[in-house]
Design a binder for this molecule. Structure first.
Ligand code: NAD
Length: 495
């Protein structure tokens, strides 16, 4: 069985803890590799390697750091297809989704290429007579990233591109479910000229995470994953005196007003509800039909569903791949069963889909007449299940969005600019789409939700990412008047 190792000090390091986890091909259901699970000593070795590399990397000029990022950008660009194929083989998403993931990750590398500009401080000449004040931003030291299974290339790039460009050194703990892409990116960073030790990967589970959270040399932790783990990561990291940004789960609503373009809204609901098999933190999970639009909207979505071909991600014909594990597929299917039992109407049942072999497939599922008390609405399902909720008024829709414990993304579909503007004012979410179902910000803004979708006060990547990975220093400077120098510098002695 193929073994997936750690990457420490610029090279692959086989694990010696004796603990491993299985990595599946979700399209066949077969185990394809074993991933090493790090021991405390192995995590310590990765942190030590990052700590040793810090002084030199921090001293590297801005143009040198930017040059490495540019080179890395070129390498990722050239290898898009290879990275996408690796993503598909372990995650299961279709190749077009995987290519999209690489593209959205790459944006963050491109942003980080601008680090000389991003780290410019402020300068106040003559703040007092003969006194100047200026600000600089400096890296923190060793920083850690802990990432989820659903975007194994993009989410690490959200973190490490800015962290490294700012002069930090990095330890990544990827998801144990699809751990290979992290190593591929590590090799590309090395090829791009990144010194050994600046970027390290430790594979593993809770044990590795817990060690990173308490390690005295880890200065900051970025986390993306489910809400219960995000909350506990935030509490533990901050208790140990670290900076922490912990992004959690989501339950995203798409509100459709009666004046919306129904065909446009139906296309959006299908792509945002079922893209990547619904395993996106920005997936639309609840479709909120306001007033009279419900029947037409459900009919338009239903009409589109037979066109979604479910199959292996590496088959160019497939539009939706399998779920990540058998257990997760069964859990998602359980919500469909539960919703029917609680009185919802199952319009399309993904459990009916048959794909050859033992892959972890579930077809697209549309559930109508969902109420807020049903489990399919209360919980983050994280699968290809779209719930339709019918409400009478705009106020009812906003109340539904705002009563949700999550506040990641939301969207409104309408032709009325005033209604859209009011919605962006009213909703308690970090990211809002107007006739855009998945409003993931471009890399020069920052990504983050509100409420149980983010613990901490800093969103990820973009300008907030630069702030997170640096600390400010303000210098107040006064120089002796050159006219008073003991050496005659040629200045007039009196002025
Ligand atoms: P997860 O929380 O199970 O795992 C995330 C990471 O935490 C993994 O590296 C995992 O190994 C580690 N982990 C798991 N259990 C742990 C524990 N008990 N202690 C310490 N570490 C632990 O999440 P997942 O299933 O990999 O990813 C899906 C979740 O991530 C969904 O809830 C999704 O909404 C969320 N997500 C959120 C965003 C966002 O930006 N808000 C983006 C992507 C995914």
């Amino acid at each position: 069985m193929r073994r997936i190792n750690h990457f420490i000090g610029g090279k692959l390091v086989p694990g010696e803890s004796g603990r491993t986890g299985p990595v599946y091909d979700p399209a066949t259901g077969q185990q394809q590799a074993e991933v090493d699970f790090a021991s405390v000593e192995e995590v310590d070795a990765a942190v030590a390697s990052a700590a040793d590399a810090f002084a030199a990397w921090r001293s590297a000029s801005l143009s040198r750091r930017s040059e490495v990022m540019f080179h890395f950008r070129e390498l990722v660009d050239q290898r898009r297809a290879d990275i996408a194929a690796l993503l598909t083989s372990e995650h299961g998403k279709v190749l077009s989704d995987a290519m999209g993931e690489v593209a959205r990750g790459l944006e963050n590398v491109e942003f980080a290429c601008g680090v000389p500009h991003l780290l410019k401080g402020g300068f106040s000449e003559q703040a007092a007579t003969g006194v100047d004040v200026y600000s600089i931003r400096q890296p923190l030291g060793v920083v850690a990233g802990i990432t989820p299974f659903n975007f194994p290339a993009m989410v690490p790039m959200w973190m490490f591109a800015n962290a490294i460009a700012c002069g930090n050194t990095f330890v990544l703990k990827p998801s144990e479910k699809d751990p290979s892409v992290a190593l591929y990116l590590a090799e590309l960073l090395k090829e791009a000229g990144l010194p050994d030790g600046v970027f390290n990967v430790v594979q593993g589970d809770k044990l590795a995470v817990d060690r990173l959270l308490e390690h005295p040399d880890v200065r900051a932790v970025s986390f993306v994953g489910s809400t219960p783990i995000a909350r506990s990561i935030y509490e533990t990291a901050t208790r140990h005196g670290k900076r922490c940004q912990a992004l959690g789960g989501a339950k995203n609503h798409m509100v459709v007003l009666a004046d919306a373009d129904v065909a446009m809204a139906a296309d959006a609901a299908v792509s945002a509800g079922f893209g990547s098999a619904g395993e996106r933190c920005m997936a639309i999970s609840a479709l909120v039909a306001v007033g009279s639009v419900g029947d037409a909207l459900v009919a338009a979505i239903q009409e589109r569903l037979p066109n979604i071909k479910v199959g292996p991600g590496d088959d160019p014909e497939s539009q939706m791949g399998p779920l990540i594990t058998r257990e997760h597929r069964d859990r998602v299917a359980g919500y469909v069963e539960g919703a029917a039992g609680e009185g919802a109407t199952v319009v399309a049942d993904g459990r009916d889909v048959a794909v050859d072999g033992d892959g972890f497939f579930l077809g697209v599922t549309l559930v109508d007449d969902v109420r807020p008390d049903m489990a399919v609405y209360r919980d983050e399902v994280f699968g290809p299940v779209l719930s339709v909720m019918r409400v009478d008024t705009y106020e009812d829709a906003v109340r539904l969005v705002n009563d949700s414990p999550y506040g990641n993304g939301t969207a409104i579909f309408t032709r009325d600019g005033g209604a859209a503007r009011q919605f962006q004012f009213d909703v308690e979410c970090g990211m809002v789409g107007i006739n855009v179902p998945i409003p993931v910000p471009v890399s020069y803004y920052s990504f983050g939700g509100w409420k149980a979708s983010l613990f901490g006060d800093t969103h990820m990547y973009g300008p907030e990412g630069i702030n997170f990975y640096t600390r400010g220093k303000v210098v107040t400077a006064r120089w002796p008047d050159p006219a008073t120098s003991s050496v005659d510098l040629g200045f007039p002695r009196t002025r």
